[in-house]
Design a protein around this ligand. Structure first.
Ligand code: SF4
Length: 556
């Protein structure tokens, strides 16, 4: 065992607030693994919520493990130490259950790395009763679990609050000793997907057939928490090692009622559920005991029905408010004053579509006048730095749409400059540009992603047109990263081979070449509406609504 790693784990633990220590003694032991680094994992409220949910059970001990930082990774490999849990520094192989929490599909690449470090075979077919039982959950897995389906005994499709109680009861009743018998029964539980109970055949990139075996349902329906007030979702563990070190996070709502056609959050967390003001205030009061700043969390925070009253409450209690971005059409003077009083110098808005045609296509329901009015309102309240989110490469986008995007940015910049003349302070317009990635369970799931070369050209155009203007800064997600995201979002089970080899080579492109996987076809292909989709073994959104929205978008 590496003492360097043990020491580091102890140092991290010593800095954490809110950890409860438990002893193993006869409990079911679960290691909750986030397939990315500690900092990323502990900034994730979903990961923290599952950890707390499991530890709330008296007969369960849940510890955490992460992808090691690069230095630690070298240390693990040099010393041949097996991957250790954070709390007790026990090897993952000593736990009864390993539970992956996966929010982003790009982390699929890290799952085989973690198996390798843990000394546990990645494929379910290569594991036996002496190995931990391996399950997974999280948004990436209820978008498309197929690329990692061969690694997981079981997948939770939906929200942990709705799924874990039934699953844990079944584990208590049956035990995990006879894996196959347990999986047969688990496959019939609502929201539980057992990949080994499905036989899939392919023709090229297309799914030809899928057969459910041994009484498993044809399709696993997503499960969701019916009563959001039953359990608060808040920062359970506070630590300096996260993006949100200075704040206490409180979830105010789940889901989003807006239905933007590119956005998975708008479909896979439906219905839109709002926590009661009373319960959110209670969570805020608790949070203010340890942090001055409250980070409000939700896909649609500014749609929270009592957002004004909640923000006033936080300020009245001597706290500060943080929100990640605001709906343009929900912005008002009161909200801006709250943000100013909380020390916000920059406010983020998300028009997403640069032209009116693109905003209509994605169902953003925003006009240019509304965007400019929101900018004016912010500038008028002395918030001079505006961050604007845009997507490029949306289906049917042309240079005319990009020109309109650039013109919109110029108009906003002119307003910022005009304000600077009056008050002698110049603000900044930050343009955050992301390539469109077609996501499962959105109306655009059938659309292919635009080619890398074309996206690069568009970014170059924007850089020329607006990126060089004084007090405008353009930051863009690389089309290469977006390509990988699309590949892992749209892939099928056969990608597990690529993931395993990519972990060995440290290079997924070489792995794809070795297996002659046509990744371009998977990423760029437009899929016919009637073709079976790899991820349709689960049902995270209403397929008829998705088709309807697709047809509305493209008038077909
Ligand atoms: S983009 Fe924002 S407003 Fe639109 S559906 Fe997604 S979360 Fe809701």
């Amino acid at each position: 065992m590496s003492w360097k790693i043990v020491e580091k784990h102890r140092r991290i633990l010593a800095q954490e607030e809110g950890v409860t220590s438990k002893r193993r003694g006869g409990k079911l032991t679960v290691c909750l693994v986030y397939p990315n680094r500690y900092t990323v994992a502990m900034s994730n409220l979903g990961f923290q919520a599952v950890h707390a949910l499991l530890n709330a059970e008296t007969d369960i001990l849940c510890e955490r493990a992460f992808l090691p930082d690069p230095d630690d990774l070298r240390e693990y490999r040099k010393g041949g130490t097996q991957l250790l849990s954070l709390e007790s520094q026990e090897p993952l192989s000593s736990f009864d259950v390993i539970a992956f929490s996966v929010s982003f599909e790009s982390d699929y690449l890290n799952i085989p790395v973690i198996f390798d470090l843990a000394g546990i075979p990645a494929r379910t077919v290569d594991r036996g009763a002496s190995h931990p039982f391996v399950m997974g959950g999280g948004a990436a897995l209820f978008l498309n679990p197929e690329p990692v389906a061969d690694f997981l005994d079981l997948v939770c499709v939906g929200e942990a609050e709705a799924l874990l109680p039934g699953l844990l009861d079944r584990i208590r009743a049956e035990g995990l000793g006879d894996r196959e018998a347990f999986l047969d029964k688990a496959a019939r539980l609502p929201g539980i997907y057992v990949p080994s109970r499905y036989e899939v055949t392919y023709d090229g990139v297309r799914v030809v057939s899928r057969k459910a075996l041994g009484g498993a349902p044809e399709q696993v329906q997503r499960a969701w928490m019916a009563e959001p007030d039953d359990r608060a979702t808040v920062s359970e563990i506070l630590t300096p090692g996260t993006e949100f070190a200075d704040m206490y996070l409180v979830e105010v709502s789940r889901g989003c009622p807006r239905g933007c056609r590119f956005c998975a959050a708008g479909f896979i967390y439906l219905p839109f559920r709002q926590r009661s003001l009373e319960s959110v205030k209670a969570a805020v009061t608790e949070g203010l005991r340890s942090r001055h700043k409250i980070g409000l969390v939700g896909a649609a925070v500014s749609d929270y029905r009592e957002i004004g009253e909640l923000c006033r409450y936080i300020l009245d209690q001597g706290g500060k408010v943080s929100v990640s971005s605001l709906r343009v059409d929900r912005l008002d003077g009161e909200m801006i004053e709250v943000l100013k009083a909380s020390g916000h110098k920059t406010v983020a808005l998300a028009p997403e579509g640069g032209s009116q045609r693109m905003r209509d296509l994605i169902n953003k329901n925003l006009t240019e006048e509304q965007i400019l009015a929101a900018g004016d309102l912010l500038i008028g309240h002395d918030i001079l730095n505006l961050k604007l989110y845009f997507i490029i490469g949306l289906p049917t986008e042309t240079t005319v749409d990009l020109e309109e995007l650039a013109a919109l940015v110029v108009k906003i910049r002119e307003r910022v400059v005009a304000a600077a003349k009056k008050n002698k302070r110049l603000g900044e317009v930050i343009l955050s540009v992301n390539p469109f990635v077609p996501k499962p369970f959105t109306p655009f799931q059938w659309c292919g992603m635009e080619g890398e070369a074309s996206l690069d050209k568009k970014l170059k155009y924007l850089q020329q047109a607006v990126g060089k203007l004084p007090n405008v800064r353009l930051i863009a997600e690389s089309p290469k990263d977006a390509y990988l995201q699309a590949l892992l979002s749209r892939g099928d089970r056969r990608l597990s081979t690529l993931l395993l080899r990519a972990a060995e080579l440290g290079n997924w492109k070489r792995a794809a070449r070795e297996f002659a996987i046509d990744t371009d076809l998977l990423v760029h292909r437009s899929i016919p509406l009637d073709e079976p989709l790899p991820w349709n073994v689960i049902a995270s959104a209403d397929p008829e609504r998705l088709k309807r929205e697709y047809r509305r978008a493209f008038s077909v």
